[in-house]
Design a protein around this ligand. Sequence first.
Ligand code: KIV
Ligand code: NA
Length: 266
Amino acid sequence: RAKVTLPQLQAMKERGDKIAMVTAYDYSAALLADRAGMDMILVGDSLGMVVLGYSSTVPVTMEEMIHHTKAVMRANPAALVVADLPFLSYQTGIKDAVYNAGRLVKEGGADAVKLEGGRAMAPVVRAIVDAGIPVMGHLGLTPQSAVQLGGYRVQGREQEAADRIAADAEALAEAGVFSLVLECVPVELARRITAALKVPTIGIGAGPHCDGQVLVFHDLLGLFDRFRPKFVKCYVNLSEIIVNALASYREEVRQGRFPDEGHSFQ
Ligand code: KIV
Ligand code: NA
């Protein structure tokens, strides 16, 4: 499979072909996602919650993001790989933002970066894009500022809030994002923003009218059930399958039935 390009993603929106994206945080998951034909892979800072055991995405560091981005890139995916800028790597000024975006690309090997926030982030987006790095935006429920948003809840239900998010989307598009994640917003707001923007929108908990969808790897595979938001569709319950397999192994070891002749050297 040839590498997915930005013009191809743009053309998919124009043709009405839906874009599929999933997160991955390591080499073997990236191989699987790519084999499944994903258009984009996100090395999300959700890795803090589903892989590293933090209670939010806030503690995730640049070093952790680079470490996991490198692992994903070793799979040499055809999917376009976007790496999240973690909290405090871009909110402290344009210079920090360009430097840290550059590290995700230069050291991590990412194809593009993603950051959270609206019009206040437009100058930062423009500076990273001017440095030659493609930027994806992220609006609606932005987990790095979840406390300020009143928790992990739907954003943009009231008209005023919806208008603000729609204006933020326009500002980010104007600043040069190649795509925009809409997380946890009402169906109608996502439809409105998707119709207004030239660049593709990628929804998560944003209904069916976005140009594409993203889900967290561990959520869609049923590998992580500490939280299970309404928008998550669990395509398989791997937790159950894995626990059953591990329990069978434990039982066979205890009973002396593993290893048997077939798994031993004479
Ligand atoms: O970190 C992440 O997984 C994300 C997606 C939920 C969009 O930002
Ligand atoms: Na994220």
